[in-house]
Design a protein around this ligand. Structure first.
Ligand code: NAD
Ligand code: MG
Length: 391
């Protein structure tokens, strides 16, 4: 039996992971599940999967979780430290599916046990890519990409030599506003930004898809994970979301990965890797689909993509600053404090200010430097929102 732990089990990726594991429970020994405020869901998952430990991120949810699991022998804990400590319980496979920079430390701690980390938390690579990869190497751990585009690239690269790779193309659905006129985006509401045309995901990544911040993060993630140059990475809008990514080789061949927009294929690949296992996703009927469409991912329309290019060029701590500023801007948009397009304007301002004040390049990343930059970027965002008109 394989011992598995899921960080963020109550989220969209987490639930899909639980779904796959619950189909063949005899194969898995579930060590720990972690969640946030959705205590009822966490308790239910822990009971269904017979987990050893359930952890909520929030201290004030402890009593509810304890009550929901009373009468079982499932251990209960609460708080960020308890989540990180869950990484110290021996497991063969960890799913990193917490949303945001909060996912970095638990995943890192799991890597330091030389284990396999299925990485959905793209923020880990955006904020601390070179550091995370160096730690994985140091401790003999394996990172498997779970973001659908990166799983697709990973699969297209099996048996290939990286020196033969000319370019990597990741596709973007275009999100909720792909057909909106640019002028209308200024007044886009939270409800409109939270409705994805193709994928069923958590609210934050859904809004990031509408603003293309998600794709911006994924460009950086591609550079960090696969070690390709920024100039080799392209994004293209593909409204059907059936091709997840393509790898172009020096002989001109393009290897594409196709599948339905269902994260279980990427999660399943990481779960069964290096083998392929049965994954219950819909089988594509290409004749019925008929045609696939592609459009330019216009950096004028999507400023987040241009910002990602700047971040890739600066490197160092700019990814940590970018992610934190983006998270803070998203919080403000969700609260109704700023408009949809203000998010990119503010992220740009934070990055420019930090670049001028502190400089964001840095030769060797450390966790302390990443966390300090994350903190500084959030503080700077707060100051900017208080002191300056957004436009
Ligand atoms: P979600 O919002 O649905 O779930 C997030 C999970 O993290 C929940 O379990 C929640 O309780 C937990 N969480 C939230 N804040 C926390 C905190 N401060 N500390 C500890 N736990 C916390 O998010 P999601 O859509 O499942 O995305 C999870 C990660 O996977 C993100 O990094 C996202 O970018 C990435 N991802 C998601 C998808 C998708 O289809 N949903 C696809 C690719 C990548
Ligand atoms: Mg993705």
């Amino acid at each position: 039996m394989r011992k598995v732990t899921i960080f963020g089990s109550t989220g969209s990726i987490g639930e899909n992971t639980v779904d796959l594991i619950a189909r063949t429970p005899e194969l898995y020994n579930v060590v720990a599940l972690t969640g946030g405020r959705n205590v009822a869901r966490l308790a239910k998952q822990a009971i269904v999967l017979n987990a050893e430990l359930a952890v909520t991120a929030f201290d004030d949810c402890y009593a509810d979780l304890k009550a929901a699991l009373s009468g079982t022998d499932i251990e209960v804990a609460a708080g960020a430290d308890a989540i990180a400590e869950a990484a110290d319980r021996k497991a063969d496979w960890f799913m990193s599916a917490i949303v945001g920079a909060a996912g970095l430390v638990p995943g890192l701690r799991a890597l330091r046990h030389g284990t396999t980390l299925a990485l959905a938390n793209k923020e880990s690579l955006v904020t601390a890519g070179p550091f995370l990869l160096a730690e994985a190497e140091k401790y003999g751990a394996t990172i498997l990409p779970v973001d659908s585009e990166h799983s697709a690239v990973f699969q297209a690269l099996v048996g290939e030599d990286m020196t033969a790779v000319e370019r990597v193309i990741i596709t973007a659905s275009g999100g909720a506003f792909r057909d909106w006129p640019l002028e209308a985006l200024e007044n886009a509401t939270l409800a409109e930004a939270s409705a994805h045309p193709n994928w069923d995901m958590g609210q934050r990544i859904t809004i990031d898809s509408a603003s293309m911040f998600n794709k911006a993060m994924e460009l950086i993630e591609t550079k960090e994970f696969f070690g390709v140059a920024a100039s080799q990475i392209e994004a293209v809008v593909h409204p059907e979301s059936l091709i997840h990514a393509l790898v172009g080789f020096k002989d001109g061949a393009l290897m594409a990965h196709l599948g339905p927009p269902d994260m279980r294929h990427a999660i399943g690949y990481a779960l069964h890797w290096p083998d392929r296992g049965h994954v219950p996703v819909e089988r594509l009927d290409l004749a019925k689909i008929g045609s696939l469409n592609f459009r330019v991912a216009d950096e004028g329309r999507y400023p987040a993509l241009r910002i990602a290019r700047d971040v890739m060029q600066t490197g160092g701590l700019s990814g940590a600053a970018f992610n934190a500023a983006k998270e803070a801007a998203l919080d403000a948009f969700i609260l109704g404090d700023i408009g949809f397009l203000d998010m990119a304007r503010l992220v740009d301002k934070v990055l420019n200010r930090l670049q001028q004040q502190n400089g964001l390049s840095c030769d060797i990343l450390t966790l302390d430097k990443v966390l300090a930059t994350d903190h500084l970027a959030r503080k700077t965002m707060q100051e900017l929102m208080q002191n300056t008109p957004v436009h």
